[in-house]
Design a protein around this ligand. Structure first.
Ligand code: GLN
Length: 242
């Protein structure tokens, strides 16, 4: 953290922000402020350079064409690599998750290189698009409650040996490979298919990002009754018989 303020970078809101993913930034900001931290939020459009001094970088989902443009610009920019080398935390959703991997299939049907910050590769799924509510158990090493979210993607993401599955689905498709995994992470870089916005549905993931950024094991407690009500509503809706 520089000059005592936590720097939260919202990457390319002009290209990557579907299904309310911007809410993820609001949740991180709010939960940091509730803990007495100063927060500097930087919304970085795709025609601007990515700063290397951020503590937490958030990336949203997007349609296929903006996803390709975002990947091209992030590769050309190169600063996200530097930020990760400096120890920054990255949390990316859907198209953002695919961009963090080695490659994905773009809107022209071509293999598009990603950033290689996560050991995952995305192909175009041959079956139906994965759409709907998701419930999943997060990797127990992360000590987080059940994950709830909403997915909408055609891509199918395969994990390489250095990426750990973020969660295992109870309901929904997640990575879409049929092995039940959802998302991927390494020490500081996280990817998930969950929209929602996922951090509003699962605020303890925002706290995990804060703890990693601050290098602390615990944060002061917050009043999470509103979040709990939202979580319970979404879990009930997901498990309701059709
Ligand atoms: N275009 C990607 C896919 O369909 C990502 C979609 C999204 O971000 N919702 O797989």
């Amino acid at each position: 953290m520089s000059d005592n303020s936590l720097r939260v970078v919202w990457v390319y809101p002009d290209l990557l922000s579907t299904y309310g993913d911007q809410g993820n930034v609001l949740v991180v900001e709010r939960r940091a402020r509730q803990r007495g931290l100063d927060v500097a939020r930087l919304d970085v459009r795709s025609d601007q350079p990515i700063p290397t001094s951020g503590d937490i970088y958030l990336i949203g989902g997007g349609e296929d064409r903006p996803q390709r443009l975002a990947a091209e610009r992030l590769r050309r920019d190169g600063h996200l690599y530097q930020a990760v080398n400096n120890g920054a935390i990255v949390f990316a959703v859907c198209a953002g998750y695919q961009i963090l991997g080695h490659e994905f299939v773009n809107d022209l049907g071509q293999r598009e290189p990603g950033l290689g910050l996560l050991d995952v590769t995305t192909v175009r799924g041959e079956g139906e698009r994965c759409v709907g509510d998701v419930l999943a158990d997060i990797d127990p090493r992360l000590g987080l409650p059940q994950l709830t979210g909403f997915e909408n993607h055609q891509g199918v993401t395969h994990l390489g040996p250095t990426a750990r599955p973020f969660a295992n689905v109870r309901l929904g498709k997640g990575n879409g490979t049929g092995d039940g995994t959802e998302g991927a992470y390494n020490d500081t870089v996280f990817g998930t298919y969950m929209h929602g916005p996922v951090l509003a549905r699962n605020p303890l993931i925002a706290d995990l990002l804060l703890k990693l950024a601050l290098d602390v094991n615990a944060l002061p407690p917050t009043d999470d009754r509103w979040f709990e009500a939202l979580r319970n509503e979404r879990i009930a809706a997901a498990t309701e018989p059709a």
